[in-house]
Design a protein around this ligand. Structure first.
Ligand code: OOG
Ligand code: NI
Length: 464
């Protein structure tokens, strides 16, 4: 079979993310409302703000905005995680980054499956935050063994799905027809199931150990627990939520509002307390909170130095808000955040000059046509003379502290203050995954480097 009979992994990813969005809209109607709100806000921002419109256009993000989503799932065993790695590869998604959530009392570690190349990101940056339960953190031996036993019995992928993954791996691609079949089959894994696979007593004891353990262990599969659209103005979206009947959490996670957005800002709301049915139970049942709503605004990807400064300022905010009582918290937090981030430059030019963020180098073809004999020696001179423009590279990943805040605000309040003794264990996660995760900073560095090499080539200059 020749290569051009295969659909691109980008197209399979788009088919899948659209199918997942349609499925989630049916499962969680409020998600549909959220999509409308985000669309309304984005249309408003694009009509008001020419700079954002140009920047998104120049970095290939105008088209992707409408399809841009991230989802999240949680799995229970190394085999489930490793098979997900193979499933996501069919859609051109690689594991990027390692997140240790035990620091926030959540017994999982995670990665994000996402595309990494510039063209693939422009086509559709669909990402799935994927967590693996750390069973070893359940202290009670009997309960831990019981959880492992329950997980060992389930099969979260359909046989056809597994077969299509194998076909992809053997042939190096799927035909459009097979890709559609793959999407339908893969979707099964992420569906919500009202029937728990355990009886009420087992559910309760696992839930008591940690609500997340019950969420992972007691169902047929790793239901998608949220699907997040990207807004261009999260404050505006948040302020319009009540008009749409949505009550968001009080504070927005991540950096404060800025002229030049950095990293990621997120807010979420409880979506559903869903009725569930237990095994061996004819009537009644219980409820489970698994699914929620979330929106996010994305900004500049930071270099190692930029990220270190961000982490330092967030630590300062934590100091400033320690012990503040609940009623005052949102206000004090907001002030502390604004105050601390005065130390983070808020101009793209300064951020670039200080090496705090990553940027795409773009050639201005008009300048090149008007002045083809280039005398500039440095990047700064190329910028000054109008040959080159630097546009911010968007952060495509997650923030563990935000993720923890999101986890906690949606699990229900009971019993989530655990002091887990085990330290982060990337090696153990990678062994389960079956490969190493890509370091996110090096992914952005490569995007920047490639754009510079391309630009130099267009300008007819050498790369040294
Ligand atoms: C994942 C939470 C992390 C985010 O946006 O930070 C996440 C989960 O609740 O499973 O999606
Ligand atoms: Ni999320």
């Amino acid at each position: 079979m020749s290569d051009n009979t295969f659909i691109s992994t980008d197209d399979t990813r788009t088919l899948f993310s659209q199918a997942m969005s349609a499925m989630y809209q049916k499962e969680v109607p409020q998600y549909g409302t959220l999509l409308e709100l985000v669309k309304e806000v984005n249309t408003h921002v694009l009509s008001q703000d020419g700079t954002i419109r140009r920047q998104l256009g120049d970095t290939g993000q105008l088209n992707r905005l409408d399809v841009e989503r991230h989802g999240a799932i949680r799995v229970g065993t190394p085999l489930e995680l490793a098979t997900l790695r193979r499933l996501f590869a069919v859609m051109g998604m690689m594991p990027v980054g390692y997140y240790d959530l035990t620091v926030a009392s959540v017994p999982v570690h995670s990665t994000a499956f996402r595309p990494v190349e510039e063209a693939a990101l422009a086509a559709n940056p669909f990402r799935v935050f994927t967590s693996l339960l750390r069973l070893e953190l359940i202290e009670d031996d009997a309960l831990r063994e019981k959880a492992a036993e329950i997980l060992a019995q389930r099969a979260i992928f359909t046989p056809s799905c597994l077969k299509l993954i194998e076909q992809f791996e053997e042939n190096g691609g799927l035909t459009p027809e097979k890709a559609q079949e793959f999407v339908d089959e893969a979707l099964f894994t992420f569906r919500w199931h009202h029937e728990a696979t355990v009886d009420e007593k087992t559910y309760d004891s696992l839930r008591k150990a940690h609500p997340l353990i019950a969420d992972v262990v007691c169902f047929k599969g790793p239901h998608i627990n949220h699907l997040t659209p990207r807004t261009l103005d999260i404050d505006l979206a948040q302020s319009r939520m009540p008009q749409h009947g949505i009550t968001a959490k009080e504070t927005i996670e991540g950096p404060p509002r800025r002229v030049c957005p950095i990293l990621l800002r997120q807010t979420s709301f409880m979506a559903l307390r869903e009725p569930i049915f237990f095994k061996n139970q004819d009537s009644g049942g219980g409820t489970h909170t698994a699914r929620f709503g979330e929106i996010e605004q994305r900004g500049l990807a930071l270099t190692k130095a930029g990220r270190a400064l961000y982490d330092e300022l967030i630590a300062q905010v934590r100091e400033m808000t320690r012990g503040v009582n609940k009623d005052m918290y949102a206000t004090v937090y907001q002030d502390a955040l604004n105050k601390a981030f005065e130390q983070f430059p808020d101009s793209f030019e300064i951020l670039r000059n200080q090496g705090l963020g990553f940027f795409y180098a773009r050639v201005n073809h008009d300048t090149l046509a008007a002045k083809p004999a280039i005398a500039a020696q440095t990047w700064d001179e190329l910028v000054e003379q109008g040959y080159i423009r630097f546009d911010p590279i968007t952060y495509e990943d997650f923030l563990p502290v935000s993720a923890a805040g999101i986890f906690q605000s949606n699990l229900g309040s009971e019993n989530t203050e655990k002091d887990y003794k085990l330290v982060s264990n990337q090696a153990m996660f990678e062994e389960a995954l079956g490969m190493k995760v890509r370091n996110e900073i090096s992914v952005y560095a490569e995007l920047e480097r490639n754009s510079k090499l391309d630009a130099l080539k267009i300008l007819g200059l050498s790369a040294d």
